[in-house]
Design a protein around this ligand. Structure first.
Ligand SMILES: CC(C)(COP(=O)(O)OP(=O)(O)OC[C@H]1O[C@@H](n2cnc3c(N)ncnc32)[C@H](O)[C@@H]1OP(=O)(O)O)[C@@H](O)C(=O)NCCC(=O)NCCS
Length: 152
């Protein structure tokens, strides 16, 4: 929980996710995390390497025979080592084989080339784009939408 709180307070990670960094205390954040953990409509996974938490992945917005996937690797030093690609591949298998769904959706900012590369490496296809106002800086950005279908 401390690791998740540290990531949620990090302005750089918040910017990549188009939201404001968390400003509440650890105890208030803890209540939110525990509520989310109990919420059956969101599945949260901690990514570990060498028994240490290195990132988080979430499956949410379950609808139309599929769900949305979000992911982050917390520390800059640990990015680019293949952790996200491995986690996304495992989660895609979990969504198809264990949950019995047929599509995993994802989106990322148009300037997030690293996340686009992860989607591509994991067999996702770009299916469109849109415009969003980031809650990080209230600026408008282009967002790219991806999906991976079971049959692809
Ligand atoms: C995006 C993120 C989840 C990717 O995780 P990761 O563990 O670093 O990803 P991987 O190491 O599995 O793969 C990254 C790929 O991007 C490539 N890459 C790195 N920097 C890049 C750049 N500037 N442009 C294009 N590709 C880049 C890497 O070379 C690698 O591809 P390769 O295996 O073909 O060499 C991670 O960097 C992160 O948490 N970033 C900050 C938060 C974020 O952006 N979250 C996603 C919000 S939608």
């Amino acid at each position: 929980m401390e690791a998740a709180y540290g990531w949620d307070r990090d302005p750089e990670l918040a910017a990549w996710n188009g939201r404001a960094p968390v400003s509440v205390s650890l105890s208030a954040a803890r209540r939110d995390y525990l509520a989310r953990w109990e919420d059956p409509s969101v599945k949260t996974f901690i990514i570990e390497a060498d028994d240490e938490p290195v990132g988080m992945a979430t499956l949410y917005d379950f609808r139309k025979d599929g769900c949305e996937l979000g992911i982050k690797i917390g520390s800059k030093d640990l990015r680019g080592r293949g952790y996200a690609s491995e986690a996304v591949n495992l989660l895609v298998d979990y969504v198809f084989d264990d949950l019995g769904l047929n599509v995993v959706r994802g989106s990322t900012l148009a300037h997030n080339h690293r996340m686009q590369r992860v989607f591509e490496k994991c067999g996702f296809k770009e299916i469109g784009d849109g415009s969003i106002i980031s809650r990080y800086d209230n600026r408008r950005y282009t967002e790219l939408f991806y999906e991976r279908r079971r049959e692809d």
